[in-house]
Design a protein around this ligand. Structure first.
Ligand code: FPP
Length: 279
C-alpha cells in the first residue's frame, strides 16, 4: 500500500511528499503543541481570536489527514493549566470555540470511526464544556479508528502529581506497608494509560520548549519544531514533518543497528508494550 492510496493529494507538493512517505513507518502517536495563533492574527492586524478561529481550521485538516493515514493516536494541546492567565475574554472565547467545534464536528468524527478522549483536569472546566466533552466521548466510545486526544486544562506536572496521589490512595486503601511502583505502574496511572507514548512531537511557531506537555510520555519522542504558525500548518506542512520523522534514526540510548529508523517499530518506549486504552 502507498500513502497516496490513503490520501488524495490536493497539490503537486502534497503528491511529492506523499511519494516520499512510507505508510508502514508512520508515527503511532503524534502529539502536537499548536502554537502561534496570536502571532498569526497580529501579523494580519486582526484580534487574537481570529487566530484561534483559523487555528481550528488547521486542527481540522491535521485531524482528517492523520485519520486517513491510520495513525493510532493524535494528541492536541488545546488548553493548558497556565492558559487561565490569559484575559478572561480570550479564555471564554476558547471555551466557546471548543464547544462550537465539538457540536459541528462530532458527526464527522463519529462517521470516521474516530474515538475522542480528553486528558487534563476536566473537572475544573465550565459545566457546559464538561457536558459537551462527556457527550462526545460517550458517542465515540466504541469507535475503533484513530484516538483523538484533546489535552484540556492539562499540565504535565499536574498529571504526574495526580498519578502519584492515585497510587498513594491505592496504598492507603489496601493498607499496603510495602509497595513498589515501577515505570509501568506510573504509566498506568497517567491520563494516557493504555495509549502508546508519542513517537513524534510537533511544535509550531518556532519555540524550543515542551511547555509542560506530556512530560513523562515524550521521553523517547522525536521532536520537530517548525517556524510555521499553527493556522498556517497545512496538510503539506504535516506531511513534511512526517517525512522528516522517517529520516531519523531512533536509538533509545543504544548504538543503532539500522533497524532503529523512526517508525520501524516499538511504541515510543522500548520497555512498554501496547495495551488497550482505559475507560
Ligand atoms: C496557541 O496559540 C494555541 C492555543 C492557546 C490553543 C488553542 C487552539 C486552537 C483554537 C486550535 C483548535 C483546537 C481544537 C482541539 C479544535 P497562542 O495563542 O499561544 O499563540 P501566540 O503564542 O502567538 O500568542
Amino acid at each position: 500500500m502507498k500513502t497516496s492510496d490513503l490520501l488524495k493529494p490536493a497539490s503537486r507538493e502534497e503528491a511529492q511528499l506523499l511519494e516520499k512517505l512510507d505508510p508502514d513507518r508512520l508515527p503511532k502517536h503524534l502529539a502536537v503543541i499548536m502554537d502561534g495563533n496570536g502571532r498569526w492574527a497580529e501579523k494580519r492586524h486582526l484580534p487574537r481570536i481570529a487566530g484561534h478561529r483559523a487555528g481550528v481550521k488547521a486542527a481540522r485538516e491535521v485531524i482528517e489527514t492523520c485519520a486517513r493515514l491510520h495513525l493510532r493516536c493524535l494528541t492536541l494541546y488545546a488548553f493548558s493549566l497556565e492558559n487561565w492567565r490569559r484575559p478572561q475574554a480570550e479564555v471564554d472565547f476558547l471555551m466557546r470555540l471548543l464547544r462550537e467545534y465539538l457540536k459541528r464536528e462530532l458527526p464527522s468524527i463519529h462517521k470516521n470511526n474516530i474515538r475522542l478522549l480528553v486528558i487534563g483536569r476536566s473537572e475544573q472546566l465550565p459545566e457546559g464544556v464538561r457536558k459537551d466533552i462527556d457527550e462526545a466521548m460517550r458517542v465515540t466510545a466504541r469507535n475503533t479508528g484513530m484516538k483523538l486526544v484533546v489535552a484540556l486544562n492539562y499540565g504535565g506536572r499536574a498529571e504526574l502529581a495526580d498519578a502519584f496521589n492515585a497510587l498513594l490512595d491505592h496504598v492507603r486503601a489496601h493498607g499496603l506497608s510495602a509497595f513498589h511502583a515501577d515505570e509501568q505502574t506510573i504509566s498506568d496511572h497517567l491520563y494516557t494509560a493504555g495509549l502508546p507514548d508519542p513517537d513524534l512531537l510537533i511544535r509550531t511557531s518556532g519555540e524550543m520548549r515542551v511547555s509542560n506537555f506530556l512530560l513523562w510520555q515524550i521521553a523517547y519522542a522525536e521532536i520537530y519544531v517548525t517556524e510555521t504558525l499553527w493556522p498556517d500548518f497545512s496538510r503539506a506542512r504535516l506531511l513534511e514533518a512526517l517525512v522528516d520523522f522517517q529520516s531519523r534514526e531512533r536509538r533509545y540510548g543504544g548504538l543503532g543497528s539500522g533497524k532503529g529508523r523512526a517508525g520501524s517499530g516499538g511504541n515510543g518506549n522500548p520497555k512498554r508494550s501496547g495495551h488497550p486504552v482505559r475507560g
